[in-house]
Design a protein around this ligand. Structure first.
Ligand SMILES: Cc1ncc(COP(=O)(O)O)c(C=O)c1O
Length: 369
């Protein structure tokens, strides 16, 4: 393995220090919650090694919510990040072929790269509404491609494929007998159309999700893998046991409580995100120098400074960070030009978001050539 530290992690707000940031528009989660918000007090709990697959109560809820019958088809992991690692390290050896969407959350690309896989990138482009080009995807498949890796809803753009597009891609994976990984970390967050968990539609799909973003509790590191294929589940369990045996029983219990409150929480959460979405939409529609593909889900978008605008991009970020204390996810976190920036609008409070967006506009204006 050849590990490289990803810019998105090296420059993340928690590494920079939250106290240095006035307007935090970098996050793709909703605001972090306190354990009290879950109405949870833990004062008596045995701390053994837990079930290696994960707390059975937690797995049962996940299985039910995912539309799969067997809770043994759920593997609890330390966040979606480690789920991605387990899948990549189980399926790939150096030189193996895989296809991955770009831009993407870093680990989807970086772990296959660390393994030394032969990666083909499926670019999702602004000009094409950041859509997955299904024809292109099919044309990229080779006889020995090990897996396709897509993220839906998509990070960083907040776009989402439709059910018919998802089914078309699943049919391609089945026809070619290759695995399809769908990273669904944002699945339960603010969307028009509710898609089924992709793994419930086919034995060739591996779905990944977590409690970090929608539930605002990334500190407990609870994610999961759903797959209906028994052999694949056994393989992923081998990988998990080699990494950590099992997960934290405390985290899994808190995760179980949080997920038990899903319906009540999602309603509240979606209302908050709707409020923030309206702020971003109004801002971009009145923005002279920037443009976006309107997001359809989650709480992130990936606008860009219009190509015809002559601007000192480094200065934009310098002013934004140093003068205004505003932070976003710059394009290079996603291997894109820094004219693009990811704006997370679910984490900041209403006023903080308004201030942050205003300061992006001011930073661009003050950096025109
Ligand atoms: C698409 C996607 N997958 C996975 C992760 C990892 O999240 P976590 O490990 O906190 O569940 C992230 C985090 O930003 C993400 O955006």
């Amino acid at each position: 393995m050849k590990y490289v530290r990803m810019p998105i992690e090296k420059e993340s707000p928690e590494q920079l220090g939250y106290e240095k940031i006035k307007n935090n528009l970098t996050e793709t989660s909703v605001r972090d919650r306190n354990i009290k918000d879950l109405r949870l007090v833990i004062d008596d709990m045995l701390l053994p090694y837990g079930d290696h697959l994960g707390d059975p109560r937690l797995r049962e809820i996940i299985a039910k919510q995912s539309g799969v019958d067997d809770p043994n088809g759920v593997l609890v992991t330390a966040g979606a990040a480690s789920a991605l690692f387990l899948v990549a390290s189980s399926l790939l050896e150096p030189g193996d072929k895989m296809i991955v969407a770009r831009p993407n959350y870093g680990t989807n690309i970086e772990t296959p790269r660390a393994i030394g896989a032969d990666i083909s990138y499926l670019d999702q482009k602004f000009e094409e509404g950041f859509k997955v080009d299904i024809e292109k995807l099919e044309s990229m498949i080779k006889p020995d491609t090990k897996y396709i890796s897509l993220t839906n809803p998509h990070n960083p753009t907040g776009t989402m494929m439709s059910l018919s597009e998802l089914k078309e891609i699943i049919a391609i994976a089945e026809k070619n007998n290759i695995w399809l990984l769908i990273d669904e970390t944002y699945r339960d967050m603010f969307k028009d159309e509710v898609l089924p968990v992709a793994a419930s539609l086919s034995d060739k799909v591996i779905s990944i999700s977590s409690l970090s973003k929608t539930y605002g509790i990334p500190g407990i590191r609870i994610g999961w893998i759903v797959c209906r294929d028994k052999k694949m589940n056994d393989l992923l369990l081998c990988a998990k046991e080699q990494v950590c045996i099992g997960g934290s029983v405390v985290d899994e219990y808190i995760g179980y409580v949080a997920l038990s409150q899903k319906d009540e929480w999602i309603k509240k959460n979606d209302a908050t995100i709707a409020d923030r979405f309206a702020v971003v939409k109004e801002w971009i529609e009145n923005e002279e120098y920037m443009e976006w593909v309107e997001p359809k889900a989650a709480c992130t978008c990936f606008p860009r400074i219009k190509p015809e605008v002559d601007v000192d991009v480094e200065k934009v970020y310098r002013l934004m960070n140093e003068k205004y204390g505003t932070y976003v996810g710059p394009g290079h976190w996603f291997e894109q030009s820094k004219r693009y920036m990811r704006i997370g609008y679910g984490w900041p409070l209403h006023d903080e978001l308004e201030r942050g967006l205003r300061s992006i506009s001011d930073s661009v204006k003050e950096s025109l050539k």
